[in-house]
Design a protein around this ligand. Structure first.
Ligand code: PBG
Length: 335
């Protein structure tokens, strides 16, 4: 496509910006409630909410309150919720065995939500970090993150999640070969219709800081994740990773973080045309929320503008901690 226009004054771009109806007619992209996936944090107990200092407005909820929150999300028309567990330090081990316990926090939450709110899709996190006393997404031996041994753990974890009723698996670990292994395991376990949204191009980012507080992994993490998450300087590699994951059976792919990587979203969408999502991560949320709380920006407008940017970059949807606020604003006609 090569957009053309006549010279001034034949072309006056301001004509189509002169009034709300003309702006509406000329609008290229839209933001809908259908584009939102809501990441949520779940903790033990009953009737419990815990605030997260680095993510104002975001809380951890016990399973009973999470079910109510899922109900609210479904009522607003949000298609999916994505679960992240806050695991108590006592349960974390170097072998990460809690990850595939059928009665772990995530699996209990999946069952409770599926029973009470059948209209919302439940997405899970497939990665070992919430259960790992080392804070890493993989098993650690002598300071090295083991790949194939980790994939075996991820398979057990994902089967337990699918058995509990998960609709979408979200492998966020960046081990090689995990998508093929998960897909095979789903076929073998009779879960042919469980979808995989691969965190295909996930960067080793400083924007995950608040999330690690939220899941209680900040204290545990030794070192960094650079041997498995991508180098922020790379772009072609993202396309190779997305192709690899699609060829191994991913149904949807993700770019993460979101706003600093919109160029990657656009390349991925243009190259493969697959369902493409971005994760507007905790640090991005914290920046917008923090500035808004200080009165430095209009929080609602900045939120909607940031979400529209993902649509403009070619994303089919966004994982965002703003999902509930955004859905309300969209329904109020503000987007
Ligand atoms: C870990 C995981 C992370 C996020 C989702 N899954 C953090 C990390 O890789 O250290 C980050 C999400 C966010 O920052 O909002 N498996």
């Amino acid at each position: 496509m090569r957009p053309i226009s006549a010279p001034h004054p034949a072309a006056r771009f301001r004509r189509l910006r002169a009034s709300a109806p003309l702006r509406a007619l000329a609008q290229e992209n839209t933001l809908s409630v259908n584009d939102l996936i809501w990441p949520v944090f779940v903790c033990d107990g009953e009737g419990v909410t815990q605030t997260i200092a680095s993510m104002p407005g975001v809380v951890r909820r016990s399973v009973d309150l999470l079910v109510e929150a899922a109900q609210e999300a479904a009522g607003l028309g949000i298609p999916a919720i994505c679960l992240f567990p806050y695991t108590k330090p006592e349960v974390k081990t170097p072998g990460c065995e809690e990850a595939w316990n059928p009665d772990n926090l995530t699996n209990r939450a999946i069952r409770a939500i599926k029973a009470a709110v059948p209209d919302i899709a439940v997405m899970t996190d497939v990665a070992l970090d919430p259960y790992n006393s080392n804070g890493h997404d993989g098993l650690v031996q002598d300071g090295v993150i083991l790949n194939d041994e980790t994939v075996e753990c991820l398979v057990k974890m994902a089967v337990a999640q699918a058995d509990s009723g998960a609709d979408i698996l979200g492998p966020s670990d960046m081990m090689d070969g995990r998508i093929g292994a998960l897909r095979q395991a789903m076929e073998a376990a009779g879960h042919q219709n469980v979808a995989i949204l691969s965190y295909a191009a996930k960067y080793a980012s400083a924007f995950y800081g608040p999330f690690r507080d939220a899941v209680g992994a900040s204290g545990a993490l030794k070192g960094d994740k650079k041997t498995y998450q991508m180098n922020p300087a790379n772009s072609d590699e993202a396309l190779r990773l997305v192709e690899r994951d699609l060829m191994q059976g991913a149904d949807m792919v993700m770019v993460k973080p979101g706003m600093p990587y919109l160029d990657i979203c656009r390349r991925v969408k243009d190259t493969f045309g697959a369902p493409t999502y971005a994760y507007q991560v905790s640090g991005e949320y914290a920046m917008i929320k923090g500035a808004a709380l200080n009165g430095w920006i209009d929080g609602e407008k900045a939120m909607l503008e940031s979400l529209m940017a993902f649509r403009r970059a070619g994303c089919d949807g966004v994982l965002t901690y703003f999902a509930i606020e955004a859905a309300r604003a969209i329904r109020a006609g503000k987007a």
